[in-house]
Structure formats: C-alpha cells, structure tokens
Ligand binder design. Structure first.
Ligand SMILES: Cc1cc2nc3c(=O)[nH]c(=O)nc-3n(C[C@H](O)[C@H](O)[C@H](O)COP(=O)(O)OP(=O)(O)OC[C@H]3O[C@@H](n4cnc5c(N)ncnc54)[C@H](O)[C@@H]3O)c2cc1C
Length: 282
C-alpha cells in the first residue's frame, strides 16, 4: 500500500527539529524509518508531518563523557555503527553483540538506537538490555533537557517518556567498571524476533536482571537479584535464585508459545544471562 500524503521536513539542527515537532500536532520524528514507514504503509499511523532526523550529525556520535567515562550514544546511531564502534567495544561490548543479532543487515544499517527504544516494542532487543546495564535517556524539548532512568523511560507498548514536541537525543551507558554483561533468550528462527529474552549485569554491587517480551515494558527480576545478593554465582545458586521468577510474570500467550512456556523460557534465559555476565566479570 502507498503512503498517505505527508509533509516532510529535514531540519539542520536539533533545535529546529524540536520547533517543528512542537509547532505541528501531527508531527512525528523519522529516524531509520524501519518501523514508522511500515506502520504508515499499514495506515496504523498517519502523521501529518515527518521530521527527518537524518541531517542531525550531533545525534550520530558515540563518545565518552568528559567526567565519568560513561558512553554517550546519539539517538541516530544505527545498529551497524554500534557493531563497528571501538568505544562500544571498550566500554560495553554487549551492545554490539546484541545489535548484531537484530533482524537483517538492511534493518541494522537503517535502524537506530533511538528508534529502537522510542518505538518501545516489547519484543525489541535493546530495551531489556539497556534496563539491565542501567542506561539513562536524555530527552530534549523547548523547555529544556532532562535525563530519565529506564524505569521512567519505558511507559508502555509504543509509549515512552518522550512527550509531544520532544526528542530523545542520547542514550547514556555507565562505564562497566569491571561488571560483566549477558544476554540470552529464544527467537523465532535465526535473527528473528524474541519470544522471551533476558539481560543481566553482574558487578561487585550485585546483579541487575531485566526480562523482555513478557510485559509492555522490560521487567526487572528484583527477587532474583535479591537472592543473588550474597555474590554466589555458581550455576546451582543462580538456578535456585531464578526459581519462582516465571510464576511472578504475567506474559501473553500466542501462536509462538503459551504464557506458561514463556514463564519457563524467562527463567532459563535469566539463568543463562546471569551466568554469562558473571563469567565476564573482571
Ligand atoms: C523486518 C524487521 C524486523 C525487525 N526485528 C527486530 C528485532 O528482532 N529486534 C529489534 O530490536 N528490532 C527489530 N526491528 C526494529 C528495528 O531494529 C528498529 O529499531 C526499529 O524499526 C525502529 O528504529 P528506526 O530508527 O527505524 O525508527 P523509526 O521507524 O524511524 O521510528 C520509530 C518510532 O520512534 C520515534 N523516534 C525515532 N527516533 C526518535 C527520537 N530520537 N526521538 C523521539 N522519537 C523518535 C519515531 O517517531 C517513531 O514513532 C525490526 C524491524 C524490521 C523492519
């Protein structure tokens, strides 16, 4: 199906993009277009104005922050850029590892980290990963800039803390400081959409675990994290800590797997992600 007629703007600065988004009620930011153009074709979204972020070089950079050594990833950084980035390789290689398994090369070349999180699709790879590594999200609007945690950022299916007339400008990833990161799950075919996934970070401060595809937004496995607080990451201990995780979840069931199957996969994935993360600690 062809797109409905739509106005198109290609601002040269972030400020101009924000003004355009604020001026027009029906305006939407266009990043890689991998989801937005498809939903427009299906008439599931019909923005009046597309504000193309393609020329905003400021949103395409990956750099270490001057102060704490955290990694600042511009919202328009593509999955392919994440995969090739030496900064990502040094700071948090899990980002490249996971980005490399998203869909196919075309989607990875066009799809951006900003688009991946702003679309807030519960089956996407990056939301649970960014929740586990405790990333924060910088949002800019006409009244200024704010930075929110992943708990605040992901609000619901296709809903985030980015409001009307605002842009996500960057994703801030804390330095690993010796922490190990892990990611595991079950996909529909190779490089397919996840049925369930789990991401984990293990550091001297404990484990952070987030489960994807089981609710509208990533779910932190707090009880499992608390059971691991003693710092024993043997397989036996991690398995014991995961017991009951599935029962605490309320995932949907569909043609790819029942709710009970997803509960089981969530436990298995969480165990695998934590063991991988613990094994990578420095
Ligand atoms: C066939 C196919 C398979 C896929 N499989 C997977 C998969 O298995 N796992 C996975 O994680 N992803 C998958 N994706 C999604 C893909 O990785 C992209 O992340 C996703 O399509 C959106 O990124 P985009 O840059 O194309 O954003 P767009 O489609 O351009 O935008 C998506 C939404 O985010 C908003 N937006 C984008 N950037 C900003 C910003 N900076 N500030 C505010 N709002 C913004 C847009 O207005 C729009 O509402 C798949 C996509 C396709 C087409």
């Amino acid at each position: 199906m062809l797109l409905r007629q739509v106005e198109y703007a290609r601002p040269a600065t972030v400020e101009e993009a924000i003004s355009l988004l604020a001026e027009h009620d029906g305006a939407r930011a266009l990043a890689g277009g991998q989801t937005l153009v498809n939903v427009m074709k299906a008439r599931a979204a019909s923005p009046d104005v597309l504000v193309d972020l393609a020329d905003l070089a400021e949103l395409r950079t990956i750099a270490f922050s001057a102060d704490q050594g955290s990694l600042e990833i511009g919202a328009m950084v593509t999955n392919t850029q994440l995969i090739a980035s030496s900064e990502v390789e040094v700071a948090r290689p899990i980002l490249a590892e996971v980005a490399a398994t998203i869909a196919d090369v075309q989607v990875r070349n066009r799809g951006t980290i900003g688009g991946n999180v702003c679309v807030s699709d519960p089956t996407n790879h990056l939301p649970p990963l960014l929740a586990a590594i405790d990333a924060t999200f910088t949002i800019r609007g006409q009244s200024g800039e704010r930075t929110v945690s992943s708990d605040e950022f992901f609000v619901g299916v296709y809903m985030t803390a980015v409001g009307e007339g605002e842009l996500l400008t960057k994703v801030n990833v804390p330095p690993s400081s010796g922490a190990g990161d892990g990611f595991a799950g079950l996909t529909i075919g190779a490089h397919g959409t996840y049925i369930v996934n789990a991401a984990a970070t293990v550091s001297d401060e404990g484990a952070r675990i987030a489960i994807g595809c089981v609710a509208a937004t990533p779910v932190r496995a707090i009880a499992m994290e608390e059971r691991l607080a003693g710092g024993d990451y043997s397989e036996e201990s991690v398995r014991a800590a995961a017991a009951g995780l599935g029962a605490s979840l309320d995932p949907p069931g569909d043609v790819h797997g029942s709710a009970d199957f997803r509960r089981h996969v969530a436990e298995v994935s969480a165990v695998r992600a934590v063991l991988q993360a613990a094994g990578r600690r420095k």
